[in-house]
Design a protein. Structure first.
Length: 114
């Protein structure tokens, strides 16, 4: 793992909401810290209502984590394009985030500790 990336269990229970609905709640989330960036919470995929997420065509690459696939969130009234991402086959040093999803911070998606 790159020296500037730290992954640890996230304290407490975390929830993600979009479009007025709870998409997931987890007490098994991971916190990833990378350099000077704020922490990112990664939810186990089994704790997310995947019926609300559609894979998108977007793929991004991080030299320290690998290729991330993206998902759009489908709500009652809209589609929140590319609102979440996942590293399906991350670089060995960050393999702990395999099978987890993270969500972009934005006005219509919230990730918070409860």
């Amino acid at each position: 793992m790159a020296d500037h990336i730290k992954i640890q269990p996230a304290d407490g229970t975390w929830v993600v909401r979009a479009g007025g609905a709870v998409l997931g709640e987890s007490s098994a989330a991971l916190e990833l810290r990378e350099g000077d960036y704020g922490p990112v919470i990664y939810f186990p995929r089994g704790d997310i209502a995947m019926d609300f997420l559609d894979p998108s065509e977007k793929v991004s690459t991080c030299p320290h984590k690998g290729d991330a696939v993206h998902f759009s969130i489908v709500t009652k009234s809209t589609v929140l394009t590319d609102a979440a991402w996942s590293y399906e086959s991350p670089i060995d040093g960050v393999a702990d985030i395999t099978g987890h999803l993270a969500f972009y911070p934005r006005d219509d998606v919230t990730v918070e500790q409860v």
